[in-house]
Design a protein. Structure first.
Length: 172
């Protein structure tokens, strides 16, 4: 990972971003707000992006290399601009402090091919499936008999502490 100079420009109230010019290479940005350790992005003049994630001790690091197009897609996904179900905006206004999240079922997810009732989602996870987004069509307040499919995006709500159990039970 390229060396670190003093930060040039702090940004965002809850996250510090240090920017560094890398002559002949591009620009380096370090975010010191991530849980677990700093995140560094190097943007090469060629458009390639290298993403480094270090653990808190500064020892281990993971590296991902993305093309310009891949990096822009990931950035859009991370910002919520790539996909945000419109039904979520409506639900957020109603439930206030409850966690609202959405997950996508995969081919091998435990819930794929099974109904909401067969999975006993509410009984086993204390989370509620508020909507299923399938092929761009929202199924709001799906019936317990709704058979879930790979690619379905489930909009769920409940208590924050129950979400990890829901993900393990339904998504795998």
């Amino acid at each position: 990972m390229p060396g670190v100079d003093a930060p040039r420009r702090p940004m965002l109230s809850s996250c510090e971003v240090a920017e560094q010019s890398l002559p002949g290479i591009g620009e380096r940005y370090q975010l010191d707000c991530a849980e677990g350790g700093p995140v560094v992005v190097v943007i090469h003049h060629s458009g390639r992006r290298d993403l480094y994630v270090r653990d808190e001790s500064g020892g281990n690091e993971a590296v991902v290399t993305l093309s310009d197009s891949q990096a822009r897609t990931l950035g859009a996904i991370m910002s919520g601009a790539y996909f945000k179900p419109s039904v979520v905006d409506e639900i957020e206004a109603v439930v206030g402090g409850l966690v609202i999240d959405w997950v996508t079922l995969l081919e091998g997810s435990p819930a794929t091919g099974r109904t909401i009732a067969e999975m006993a989602i509410r009984q086993r996870t204390r989370m509620t499936v508020a909507a299923v987004l399938r092929g761009g069509t929202p199924l709001v307040a799906p019936e317990p008999t709704e058979r879930l499919q790979a690619g379905d995006r489930l909009v769920v709500l409940g208590r924050p502490e129950d979400l990890p159990g829901f993900v393990r039970h339904v998504v795998g």
